[in-house]
Write a protein that binds this ligand. Sequence first.
Ligand code: NDP
Length: 302
Amino acid sequence: MKSQEPDPNYFSSSSSSSSLVSSTKWWSKETIAIVTGANKGIGFALVKRLAELGLTVILTARDVERGQRAVESLSEKGLPVNFFQLDVSDPSSIEAFVSWFKSNFAALDILVNNAGVSFNDIYKNTVEHAETVIRTNFYGAKLLTESLLPLFRRSPSKSRILNISSRLGTLSKVRNPNIKSILEDEELSEEQIERFVGLFLQSAKNGTWKSQGWPEIWTDYAVSKLALNAYTMVLAKRYEGEGISVNSYCPGFTQTSMTQGQGSHTADEAADVGARLLLLHPQQLPTAKFYIGLDPFVKSNL
Ligand code: NDP
């Protein structure tokens, strides 16, 4: 998958929602979007932005109370959104969510796989929670996506999946050529991605991960995002010309709980760019792209 800076022409020349709406609006209240892990951080900011822009948004959160609090705070701002509990690391929660979605909505247009965890402090690296990190950040997104795929409207102009990823998950971070080659295969398959992830989990378990050339920073998290990016590419290929666009987006170093509040920009700023990527005009909608950061976009467009 190639990383790509957004093309300035995809967007209006101003950051205000009115100009985004007037020059490129293809969506309406009938456009249905799901965002995972949306009770706080970038997910919450994305829900807010999409609701402001007039889509029907489903805010999901693994904790009902935290989720409902987030929904209430939006409602107080005049932004009503739907809510359902969803723990992406729990297959039975995914099943319950998909069943609720099916009985309440005719079809799905947009899925944002945003939910994610890291158990590392900013300058520390531990793989103690590797299984949870991989189960949430990679398998959670994958299982939810697979379960929702049949429900997409499959409109070439509308159906979109955006996986919130990280530049830590770029292939250059893998230093072992043998491991790297698994994901470099032109005919990359889901089985190969799972093999890659399995090898890492094995080395995390037997304590050999440090010497094997896995990414050096936030190793388990980086592996989960490498797998998510690879899955983005496999899925994009599977649906090329079939009406679903699939891309990844790294929001850059953002001030959220995950970074203990550190970062170069706010969640709202990251979400603004994320929403713009999500809502690209159908004629310019790419697939299999990895968008990194908001600086290039800000410089060229705002
Ligand atoms: P936050 O920690 O603020 O938010 C993470 C969200 O994911 C929370 O709502 C959390 O819920 C939710 N979550 C965690 N586990 C699950 C689960 N099993 N099921 C459902 N929801 C879950 O972090 P960010 O907003 O920063 O992270 C959002 C995304 O952006 C992540 O995918 C992250 O990897 C990515 N990202 C963030 C960067 C940054 O600098 N902040 C940089 C690059 C990528 P709860 O409140 O219950 O824990």
